[in-house]
Design a protein around this ligand. Structure first.
Ligand code: PMP
Length: 439
């Protein structure tokens, strides 16, 4: 037996080696990493530049507490991120992962309103069918009912408005754009209900990942959201932990929506699996209010700005930008969408295939005409995951879209270096896994 407490129980294969788009297990089997774990391994496994950067930093200095020191990798990474971030974003706070970045974003919003003399603002509005992390603050923000259920008494009350999972929730004859406006306008209605002077922030994923399987917002949705935030003096927090770092074909996913956030969170693709790292970025306006007010953001973690993690992040970002990977993500993303559509587009149990860049989702349904979901007891997405592993494919089971329980999706987020042949291999193995799981 193993003493590991967590998901990596003894029944799972033991990973021993990674190379390119594959992970190899102790029995010598190779698995095509079709989801980069959970949208993490964007450069594939064993990237020589990232390995060299980590080795070089390790030989110089692994750790120096940020209470005492700054470091080159932390400063360089912050500069590189700020130089390539959405308009207005100027400051970068380095953390160890996505949940920490979301916690920091929520606390920063609160401190900002204290500094500018609006202490009544403390509420966060989020969306149903969203995931923002597993720590208590981030879990409260997330809209997945199933994940929240057990911990409800520990969670700060948060409002959850309409999702951007547009096709399922459209009313008869409504266009996608009209749905987008109706969903965004729920933010104004909720602000009115709570009282604008009690609300501090709206948080959303530009492309919904873990709960809904790569669902981008419809055109115009985020522009309306931005207008509402501005009109009510609340901050827009965009959670790009999963969809950021080039995953959708632009460095920040929000570039596609034509809006700039006040605060943005990133993680997974930033460390690309080589180091645990996340970051919370904010505008000069938010930063200045604090710098010119009480002087410091009252927050911190031991591993904030960890030099080794920052060296990995710097090497990953340098690779994404320097190797011109973003156009490749867009082109290979289109290939993946086409391959999925030609193989699965008419499948009786595929309800939808969508996404952006190399961030794609396949929705599995009982009935493709009505989009009726499978009985959650059948655990279809978990079965697809297992059948795919049997076929030598890693794909992420996204679920709980409709009410936190119903809804099965396969999330695909392969490394940006995936080849055309590997795209075909991915789609073939996935299609066979879907048939095995549903049979
Ligand atoms: N936000 C989003 C959008 C995520 O997808 C995740 C992780 N799936 C998190 C936050 C939490 O990140 P972590 O698991 O690194 O804490």
């Amino acid at each position: 037996m193993t003493h590991v407490f967590g998901r990596s129980g003894a029944s799972l294969p033991k990973a021993v080696r990674g190379e390119g788009c594959y992970i190899h297990d102790a029995r010598g089997r190779a698995y095509l990493d079709g989801s980069g774990g959970a949208a993490v391994s964007c450069l594939g496994h064993s990237d020589p530049d990232v390995r060299a950067a980590i080795h070089a930093q390790l030989d110089q200095l692994a750790f120096a507490h940020t209470g005492f020191f700054t470091s080159d990798p932390a400063e360089d990474l912050a500069d590189l991120l700020a130089a390539n971030a959405p308009e207005g974003i100027e400051r970068v706070y380095l953390l160890s992962g996505g949940s920490e970045a979301v916690e920091a974003a929520i606390k920063l919003a609160r401190q900002y309103f204290l500094e500018i003399g609006q202490p009544g603002r403390h509420r966060v509005i989020a969306r149903r069918q969203s995931y923002h992390g597993n720590t208590l603050g981030a879990l409260a923000a997330g809209g997945n009912a199933w994940r929240r259920e057990k911990y409800a008494p520990l969670l700060v009350e948060t409002s959850h408005i309409a999702p951007c999972y547009e096709y399922r929730f459209r009313e008869d004859g409504e266009t996608a754009e009209a749905y987008g406006q109706r969903a965004a306008n729920e933010l104004q209605a909720e602000i009115d209900r709570l009282g604008a002077d009690s609300v501090m922030a709206f948080i959303a994923e530009p492309v919904v990942g873990a709960t809904a399987g790569a669902v981008p917002a419809v055109d115009g949705y985020f522009r309306r959201i931005r207008e509402i935030c501005d009109a009510n003096g609340i901050l827009l927090i965009l959670d790009e932990v999963m969809c950021g770092m080039g995953r959708t074909g632009t460095l920040f996913a929000s570039e596609h929506d034509g809006v700039a956030p006040d605060i943005v969170t990133i993680a997974k693709g930033l460390g690309a699996g080589y180091m645990p790292i996340g970051a919370m970025l904010c505008t000069g306006t938010v930063y200045d209010a604090i710098a010119q007010g009480s002087g410091a953001f009252q927050h911190g973690h031991t591993y904030h700005g960890h030099p080794l993690a920052a060296a990995a992040g710097r090497a990953v970002l340098t690779a994404i930008l320097g190797r011109d990977l973003l156009p490749q993500v867009r082109a290979r993303g289109e290939m993946l969408q086409q391959a999925l559509t030609s193989r699965l587009g008419q499948h009786p149990h595929v309800g939808d295939i969508r996404g952006r860049g190399l961030f794609r989702g396949v929705e599995l349904v009982e009935d493709r005409a009505t989009k009726a979901t499978f009985d959650p007891a059948r655990k279809i997405n978990a079965r697809v995951k297992s059948a795919a592993m049997e076929n030598g494919l890693i794909c992420y089971p996204a679920g709980g879209t409709v009410d936190g329980k119903h809804g099965d999706h396969v999330l695909l987020a392969p490394p940006y270096i995936i080849s055309e042949d590997q795209i075909d291999e991915l789609v073939d193995k996935l299609a066979r896994a879907i048939d095995t799981a549903i049979a």
